[in-house]
Design a protein around this ligand. Structure first.
Ligand code: PRT
Length: 109
């Protein structure tokens, strides 16, 4: 299964949890608790990723990155968005160097 397929399938699963039982689905619990609880988890998971990155342990970096991605996908699903929307934005940016893009912003100031 490709990276895109697994992200797409997970996005669909998360969207399907909108009306699921919060006692049976962690995603449904996050939805029920509201956006602040999702944002809090993203903050916590990012902090854990930073610590993993500082330690330089590759497996932990992968695991913490996965937690961050999952919680970002939950936030997207909460707002009716999905990995497809992120993918579309990535495609729009493809080939535009961050250095060039930043320079074009400074030129407009
Ligand atoms: N990929 C994930 C995934 N990654 C992380 N998590 C959960 O995210 C939580 C991470 O929080 P922590 O590490 O802080 O763990 P914790 O201390 O137990 O959590 P808190 O008490 O702080 O809330 C854990 O409960 C993890 O199990 C995930 N939960 C679900 N998924 C995917 O989402 C699908 C739907 O899940 P449910 O909604 O639970 O059915 C699953 O089939 C998976 O594919």
């Amino acid at each position: 299964m490709s990276t895109h397929d697994i992200l797409h399938r997970l996005s669909e699963t998360l969207a399907s949890r909108r009306h699921a039982d919060p006692e049976k689905s962690y995603t449904a619990k996050l939805f029920a608790d509201g956006p602040d609880s999702i944002l809090k988890k993203i903050g916590e998971e990012c902090a854990e990723l930073i610590m993993a990155g500082k330690d330089g342990k590759r497996l932990n970096i992968v695991r913490e990155s996965t937690d961050v991605v999952y919680h970002i996908l939950v936030l997207l699903a909460f707002y009716g968005l999905s990995i497809e929307d992120v993918s579309q934005e990535m495609r729009r940016r493809e080939g535009i160097s961050g250095i060039d893009e930043k320079a074009s912003r400074s030129a407009g100031k």
